[in-house]
Structures are given as C-alpha cells and as structure tokens.
Design a protein around this ligand. Sequence first.
Ligand SMILES: [Zn+2]
Length: 205
Amino acid sequence: MDTRIGFGWDSHAFKPGIPLRLGGVTIEHTEGLAGHSDGDVLLHAVTDALLGAVAAGDIGCFFPPGDPRWKDADSGIFLKLAITEVETAGYRIGNVDTTLVLAAPKIAPVADRIRTHLADLLGLNVDQVSVKAKTPEGLGLDHVAQCHAIAMVHRAPENEELKSMSAVIESQKQLEDVVEDLLSSVHGVPKKRVVAPIFDTEDIT
Ligand SMILES: [Zn+2]
C-alpha cells in the first residue's frame, strides 16, 4: 500500500489551576486539562492518528496511563514515538488535519501558533498541518476538551526507488544493462552495442 490513513480521537476534562497545553503550546486560560501526562488532547489525538495510519496500536500500548515515567510528561514525547513508528514502517507523513471541540478558550486567536508548533514537531511545512476548532453545541460538554485528528501517510520515496530498482534488476544481465546506462550517462562511456547474431543462411538446413 502506497498511501494509508489514520484516525485519532481523545478527550480530557478541564481542571482549575493547571496550565492548558494544546499542540505543545501553553495557552493562557484559567483551567488546564487533567491527565496523567500534560493532558495535551490535541497531541494525543494526532499521536493516535499516526499510529493508526501504520496499524501500530495506540498511545496506551506504548505509554500506559499508570506508568510513573509519564506523570506530567510533555506529550511531544508521545508524538515523537508515533513519528518514529511511521518512519520505521517505511512511510512519511503527508498531512495532518485536526478539529478541537471545546467551549473555551477561543482557539481562533491561537490557532496559527498551535499550527506552526505542531508542524515543527511533525517536521512538516505549515501547509501540511491544519488546526480547526468548534464549540460543543448541544452536547453538554462544556468542561471537556475533545480532539479529532486524521493523518495521511505515504510510502517513503527511498523505498519506492528501491522497489522500482529491484523490479528492473531481475537478472544479472539486466543489472549489467543498468550499470552500462549509468556509466554512459555519467561518464560518457559509450554503451556496448548489442551485436546481432550473424547467420550464414547457407548453413541453415
Ligand atoms: Zn489524552
């Protein structure tokens, strides 16, 4: 498969007196998100989307919530692990799209900051990353932040080249042809002409 897709979702309850972290950015607000780690709902959803894209399990498989090592951990660590899993599977990230669902604070004024930081963490250009937000109208979930994330991954180009090379080089003879082509293109060494067999028609009986 050359292209795969992954989906992630997460939710955390608001809690007073702790910093609000979204996409690795600390946002000015009266409450933060409760969690064993830093409660970064956006990074958790993106982590699960990336792991899902390469069918590598979910965030809980790698970082069990009760593990003391991840107490108050920067969720950027979880994201890095997911990026490594994507790369190990031979893929690279094409784009990531997210939708936060929360009543407050307003995300529009900080969306660009979050987007830029998330792109940095993912090693992507800003135009490959999207951060959107909605309020939870009618859901009665004003003290909860949710995030939906989707990630597209593509087979890494190195592997594509190797695949096409291995398809071409099916025999030693073809390998010689490839080497000759390379020599003639790089060093101007003329290709050996394939000499057509000479038949002596008189010998054909
Ligand atoms: Zn979470």
